[in-house]
Design a protein around this ligand. Structure first.
Ligand SMILES: Cc1ncc(COP(=O)(O)O)c(C=O)c1O
Length: 398
């Protein structure tokens, strides 16, 4: 059995350690939680759930938001809203946390992993387009993978590490081929593509308020859409698909994916601080940029010209031949100084959990996986601690 460590998301920081990304709780969290307790609204409906949904929708600039128990369940529901059926295939970023790939399997569909762009590490829209154009064939108003004969049901673009994917190119391709686009914004709340916040470029989008994200409910998620009918459907499916509230009549299989009022209370308090948090994170990113600019063999994750990143995790790329150590050696060096860093996720095409899935042009995601290291990036990271991280990396360079 795994035990919690001080580096667990949501665990309080042990003195002397520098964690990767931990929550910042300094607003109305306790006040709102105590309102829940004193009013008795502690479970899966309540005023904070409604308020959180409304406020997230407003923040993103969308018509509707539906609260979910976490980001993974929001992805599952998003796929059902997109009409993904058993045995369909869904194109998804290869370089991502595993949640979207797993959600595809929850819908009994199959992932097709799409490689990353070197320029911004996001899903490569050209590879998506090339795959749909050359590897698929249109039949009776749908598109089928020539190799597997499975229908292409959706595209999930994951905005990794706080940076938006190329949404113009992806939405244009999705529109051209009539395939729904879902944005996974779990790591990128508040990030902008051409001055517009991510989350309304496709059919719907999903967010996570897990403990390691910029704002947290403890655990939580949200599905965001501009389509009222889809939002109603999302609410219906995530609340056990109840067709008659009195008689408990159900015509469909639903899910118990509701967020509690307690979690939503936390979310409301955190959302009030989001703009402050993002301003602080921009400063953290600037200090890494300045502090590491001249270290041979170290470069920071690039930012595309059209992007405003929220720098969820500041991530460096190590050129071992120049730096003199591999990313994993640097990780161990930092760990010895009680500083948490983390490699990127194992690319999905290498994941045993998704063995056998088709993958397209994933060599760049594999290179990034081998060379990248995410550095402490919490909102509450003291400037002195960050300086220590920078100094250790500078000293580690041979
Ligand atoms: C890209 C991405 N998608 C989805 C999720 C899943 O969110 P949750 O943990 O809230 O289920 C996460 C992280 O947790 C994530 O990083």
């Amino acid at each position: 059995m795994q035990t919690a460590t001080s580096f667990e998301p949501g665990a309080p920081t042990r003195s002397g350690t520098i964690p990767l990304s931990v929550p910042e709780i300094r607003g109305n969290e306790a006040k709102y939680l105590s309102e829940c307790v004193s009013s008795g609204w502690v479970s899966s409906v309540g005023p904070f759930v409604d308020r959180f949904e409304q406020q997230v929708a407003n923040y993103i600039g969308a018509r509707c938001a539906v609260a979910m128990v976490n980001g993974t369940s929001a992805l599952h529901i998003a796929l059902l809203l997109a009409g993904v059926k058993p045995d369909d295939e869904v194109l998804v970023s290869d370089l991502t946390f595993i949640a979207p790939a797993n959600a595809i399997r929850y819908a009994n569909a199959w992932p097709v992993f799409i490689g990353a762009r070197r320029d911004d590490w996001q899903i490569d829209a050209n590879i998506v387009r090339g795959f749909l154009e050359n590897e698929c064939v249109a039949k009776s108003s749908a598109l089928f993978n020539k190799r597997t004969n499975h229908r292409i049901g959706a595209i999930i673009a994951v905005h990794i590490l706080g940076h938006p994917a190329d949404l113009d190119a992806l939405s244009e391709t999705a529109r051209l081929f009539g395939i729904p686009l879902i944005e996974d914004c779990a790591e990128a709340i508040g990030a902008e593509y051409k001055n517009r916040r991510v989350g309304t470029f496709g059919l719907c989008s999903t967010f996570s308020f897990n403990g390691n994200k910029v704002i947290t409910c403890g655990g939580g998620g949200m599905l965001v859409t501009n389509d009222d009918t889809l939002a109603d459907r999302a609410k219906y499916l995530s609340t056990q698909a109840k067709d008659d509230p009195l008689e408990y009549v159900h015509e469909n299989i639903g899910y118990n994916y509701r967020l509690t009022n307690l979690q939503a209370a936390m979310g409301c308090a955190q959302l009030e601080q989001l703009d402050d948090f993002l301003a602080i994170k921009a400063d953290v990113a600037r200090r890494y940029r300045e502090g590491l600019a001249d270290v041979p063999g170290v470069s920071l994750m690039p930012v595309a010209p059209w992007a405003k990143s929220i720098f969820w995790l500041n991530t460096i790329l190590i050129d071992e031949a120049v730096f003199g150590r591999s990313s994993r050696e640097l990780l161990r060096e930092l760990e010895a100084q009680r500083i948490q860093s983390r490699p990127l996720w194992q690319p999905m095409h290498l994941s045993a959990a998704h063995r056998g899935a088709q993958s397209v042009s994933c060599d760049i995601s594999e290179q990034l996986y081998n060379q990248a290291l995410s550095l402490p990036s919490s909102v509450g990271l003291p400037a002195g601690d960050q300086q220590r991280v920078i100094e250790i990396i500078r000293h580690a360079a041979r």
